[in-house]
Ligand binder design. Structure first.
Ligand code: FES
Length: 105
């Protein structure tokens, strides 16, 4: 069963920005785009590189790995371009009482 973890107040997240957080040692990249929040594993599926240090493509809802340029869907974690071929994990995000919550299995 997933554990709901509060990762900050909504105001701490700027729109079209990414923030790295850790929950029980698991690194997660949390992205806000307007009123939508996304959370993906903060580790590229190609090599051990932090996705939260890469560029965001907010209109396409993708995040780019800075090392070799693979982009990943923020919605389902699927790779959108090579060299990465495997998805990164995604986590359910919810907003309640002005705070952002992530469901971590
Ligand atoms: S390390 Fe991310 S695309 Fe190669």
């Amino acid at each position: 069963m997933a554990k709901l973890t509060k990762v900050g107040s909504v105001d701490e997240f700027d729109t079209c920005s990414v923030k790295r957080i850790e929950v029980d040692g698991l690194a997660i990249a949390v992205v806000r785009i307007d009123d939508d929040f996304f959370a993906v594993g903060d580790r590229c599926s190609h090599q051990d590189v932090s996705l939260s240090e890469g560029e965001l493509f907010c209109e396409d809802r993708e995040i780019e790995c800075y090392k070799h340029g693979s982009t990943f869907s923020l919605t389902d974690g699927s790779p959108q371009s090579l060299p990465a071929t495997k998805p990164v994990p995604t986590f359910e995000v919810s907003v309640a009482e002005g705070h952002v919550w992530i469901a971590v299995p």
